[in-house]
Design a protein around this ligand. Sequence first.
Ligand code: SF4
Length: 380
Amino acid sequence: MAQRFSSRPSSEPDVLVRLEGVTKHFPVRTGRLLQRGSEVVHAVDDVTLDVLRGETVGLVGETGCGKSTLARCITRLVDLTSGTVLIDGEDISRLSRRRMRPYRRRMQMIFQDPYSSLNPRRRVGSIIGDPFTIHEPKTSSDQRKERVQHLMELVGLNPEHYNRFPAEFSGGQRQRIGVARALALQPELIVADEPVSALDVSVRAQVINLLADLQDEFHLTYVFITHDLSVVRHVSDRVAVMYLGQVVEVAERDDLYNRPRHPYTKALQSAIPVPDPDEANRRARTVLSGDVPSPIDPPSGCRFHPRCPKAQPRCAEELPLLEPRFGDSSGHAAACHFPLADGEELPEAPPPEIANIAFSGGPALRMHDNEKSAIRGDTP
Ligand code: SF4
């Protein structure tokens, strides 16, 4: 069943990106020769979300929850299975490569790994100048050099290092090269896919601060993807939490941190490291049982139910809608039948009746075995 709720502020919002039921499935082959079958990885399922102009939306979730695929759907680096992506009200979901060109200028990506996202055999000036070569081929080489050096200066790189190779830069500097490349065409939207995860802790703050400064200067809109809730807290205006291809909670940043409604959000929150050891000892930490299920055969009903400490039998049967709970504002929505009240802590383990279903040979366990077989590629 489709998630029909969209977290949209009630006053006239200036929506830059609108996602409506965005779905991306990847077919995969399973089994061995002569007994091959095909299945589908449900990478992103029915995501509806708005990104307002000038804001930063954090997309957060565990590795494999579909956030990077969603980023690629937004920027049309992959084709959608179904659903719609609108930029300024224009549907770009099915545009040809040629008709996508004007939109490519308006949205750029920053990738996670500053080591592999730059061609080691090319000079930095040529890498940053790529967008000019592709989108503005009439730019003379002198003009291109001047603009590239200006960009290098903007992101805190020495313009005299124009002719150096990526290997001559540190990790943080390489990510700055990626940022400069993304800024070249003065985009409106930047989708940053784990932009600081591969960096040393000491340089993360520098890159985050650089992105914040650039946002102020150029009125950029960011979709900021990370598995780290503490980073997303620092950079986002609103946060969308993803689990197994679906958005399970979306809210203004402070709302999400102060009053999480979805048990998965609460569990993610409890895993944020706290610098004060006394505070860390006082704080309840939720350890989720089980692995993230395979997106090839996601659990029925609420996809989080095999791991949820609050799960009830209804959760395995009925997909919860993403909607406001406990009279929350329209901007705070959670997909949960039994959401957390203000200040409520999660129980230690799933209730016995769910534990019996999920872990003692009931339907959920059989499904889990199938998932493992699919991952291993066993013969069905
Ligand atoms: Fe947990 Fe049920 Fe809510 Fe899903 S719907 S998060 S299983 S309580």
